[in-house]
Design a binder for this molecule. Structure first.
Ligand code: 2AL
Length: 262
């Protein structure tokens, strides 16, 4: 199977780091294709960044449908464009915040999210509400390190994350941590070793979830809210995003694949 991991920001080194972590967790026979759009913000740190990252992300999903991709991961903690991507995709689409929060909710009675900038804390709370996770999400904390500073040489990010996680465990009544940025993926194992509690990275959690759904031959429902967008002509620079007619090849049902275990 082929899973497309889309980093909706344009920073290739982040995409490459995520690809490495994703490839380390998938089963033999699963290929992870990691991409970032050619247009959009280099990091996503607010609603405006999210909005302008979304067209490039959706173009990658539409291209994936032509490439025969089986499922998608949206690898940014705001899960930008998640529902729009589901309208385009035949296979499952999972966001990393969605995957990480759901995973943490079965590992511990309560978790804290530790994210990058304070300004994105409310975004994470909105996602917890959207996913029915407020029962489990005890707090959303920020280290106030910008996304692109996380992996800078000599960055104090790992130390800042561990310190904030310790405060979360002491003060929030949480027993697990959700890492609140795709740029934290490669730090996950070190943070978990330092803390001794479950630390969930959404990139790897989402990749394994998509892999499981595809192995179960489950696809995105094409009745109702996630049906293909209605065909119409968009104006101006968005003309190339105009949804095609519902009778297009992308609406033919997926081929039935045999169930495969192992
Ligand atoms: C993110 C993320 O995961 N990638 C990005 O560019 N911004 N989210 C965040 N809260 O820092």
């Amino acid at each position: 199977m082929r899973i497309k991991l889309i980093n909706p920001n344009t920073t290739q080194r982040m995409t490459a780091a995520m690809e490495q972590c994703a490839r380390a967790v998938v089963s033999p026979g699963t290929d992870v294709v990691a991409v970032s759009p050619t247009m959009g913000p280099p990091s996503i740190e607010g609603y405006y960044d999210e909005a302008l990252a979304t067209p490039g992300l959706l173009a990658e999903v539409e291209a994936g449908e032509r490439e025969g991709i089986d499922g998608y991961v949206i690898a940014c903690f705001g899960d930008p464009g998640l529902y729009a991507a589901r309208e385009l995709a035949r296979g499952p689409v999972v966001g990393i915040a969605e995957a990480a929060m759901h995973a943490a909710s079965v590992l511990a009675p309560g978790f804290s999210v530790v994210t990058t900038l304070s300004r994105t804390r409310a975004m994470a709370w909105h996602l917890a509400e959207r996913y029915g996770m407020t029962r489990f999400c005890r707090n959303v904390r920020a280290i106030d390190v910008a996304v692109l500073e996380l992996d800078e040489p000599g960055s104090a990010a790992r130390r800042a994350i561990v310190d904030e996680c310790r405060r979360a465990l002491d003060e929030d009544g949480s027993d697990a941590i959700v890492l609140g940025c795709a740029g934290m993926t490669s730090l996950c194992a070190q943070v978990e070793d330092a803390l001794g509690v479950p630390v969930v990275d959404g990139v790897t959690a989402a990749v394994k979830w998509v892999e499981a759904l595809v192995a179960l031959r489950l696809t995105t429902a094409k009745r109702g809210d996630f049906a293909r967008p209605l065909a119409k002509r968009y104006d101006g620079e968005f003309a190339r995003f105009s949804p095609s007619s519902p009778a297009s090849a992308t609406d033919t049902p997926p081929p039935v694949r045999p169930l495969r275990y192992g």
